[in-house]
Design a protein around this ligand. Structure first.
Ligand SMILES: NC(=O)c1ccc[n+]([C@@H]2O[C@H](COP(=O)([O-])OP(=O)(O)OC[C@H]3O[C@@H](n4cnc5c(N)ncnc54)[C@H](OP(=O)(O)O)[C@@H]3O)[C@@H](O)[C@H]2O)c1
Length: 290
């Protein structure tokens, strides 16, 4: 039996891993969120793992409110960076492989082709800055790590763009949505499945050496406007979606105009097949309706 610790497991990604866990007979999961295990508390981390023989730590815990992070950078930094260093030290001292999730917001958004793992980072806001610090602290503390940068995450759980659009689309006749930010939505279910496949892959390969940073999102490219249109269609809402520019939509944090991730590396190393975002969006809406 392989023991896995999942932190932040009440969030979107954590809930998906929880839902999938019963399909993995050889994995034993310890699911925690801030109430059971606050990742900012170093002592609690060490005492939680005592006697549990944890082999992998999937860190789904994060400060994810991009706009609030502009006003609470200290808190965002504590959870997204300082606590990641705690987890990295825990992993390093206890022979645990950390699988840490990061974001497309580590990039400036000035690229004209999908970002690869080696492209220069230059976050535009506090959230991206603190997530990048977390990546750097993890890398310098423990070489045997996996960092997965993802983008535009949604699921049937928690708060996300897809759920907001479905809800608003039910009650409004028209919505204005930003059309000049281009990226790829990521269905948390697909990411959760891929994380568990990555762990199975590492377990099977006695000589695994491909630690490092990877990019994961669904396939395809769209703007928030395109995504919103497809959501309304699939949800059966009649709401009209109008395109607006970022400059006409007030929010605290600056976001990248282009943050499409190149997924060649993760697909190649772990032999992953990733669905198109439209297929996965329909799967998610179908689940929510049932
Ligand atoms: N959401 C996106 O669009 C997006 C995009 C790119 C990358 N990501 C990354 O993907 C990962 C998963 O995101 P998500 O959307 O699943 O996040 P989420 O839904 O916000 O879940 C994060 C979970 O972590 C918990 N948490 C916060 N502080 C904690 C602490 N000190 N100790 C333990 N748990 C704590 C949160 O609890 P509370 O709710 O009580 O705070 C929440 O349950 C994160 O690393 C995020 O940065 C997300």
């Amino acid at each position: 039996m392989i023991n896995l610790l999942v932190t932040g497991s009440n969030g979107q990604l954590g809930r998906e891993i929880r839902d999938l866990s019963s399909e993995y007979d050889s994995f034993h999961f310890f699911f925690t969120d801030i109430e059971e295990l606050d990742i900012t508390n170093k002592t609690a981390l060490q005492s939680y793992i005592e006697g549990k023989d944890i082999r992998y730590l999937i860190n789904c815990a994060a400060y994810t409110n991009v706009d609030q992070a502009e006003e609470n950078e200290d808190t965002a930094q504590l959870i997204n960076a300082v606590a990641v260093k705690n987890l990295a030290e825990l992993a390093s001292n206890n022979n645990i492989i950390p699988i840490h999730i990061s974001t497309d917001y580590v990039f400036s958004g000035e690229n004209f082709k999908p970002y690869t793992e080696t492209d220069s980072t230059n976050p535009q806001g506090s959230y991206g800055r603190t997530k990048l610090q977390g990546e750097e602290l993890l890398k310098e503390t423990t070489p045997n790590h996996i960092i997965i940068r993802t983008s535009w995450l949604y699921s049937p759980f928690g708060k996300n763009f897809l759920k907001t659009m479905i809800q608003l689309g039910k009650n409004k006749t028209e919505l204005e949505v930003i059309a000049d930010q281009i990226g790829t939505p990521t269905y948390a279910y697909d990411l959760a499945k891929s994380i568990l496949k990555i762990i199975s892959h590492i377990e099977k390969d006695n000589n695994f050496k491909d630690y490092g940073t990877y990019h994961f999102s669904n396939e395809g490219v769209c703007s928030w406007y395109d995504f919103a249109q497809e959501i309304q269609l699939s949800a059966g809402n009649k709401c009209k979606i109008s395109a607006i520019e970022s400059k006409d939509f007030h929010c605290l944090a600056k976001r990248p105009h282009y943050s499409v991730l190149n997924k060649s590396k993760i697909k190649h190393i772990f032999d992953l097949e990733i669905p198109h975002w439209r297929t996965s969006m329909k799967h998610c809406i179908h689940r929510m309706n049932n």
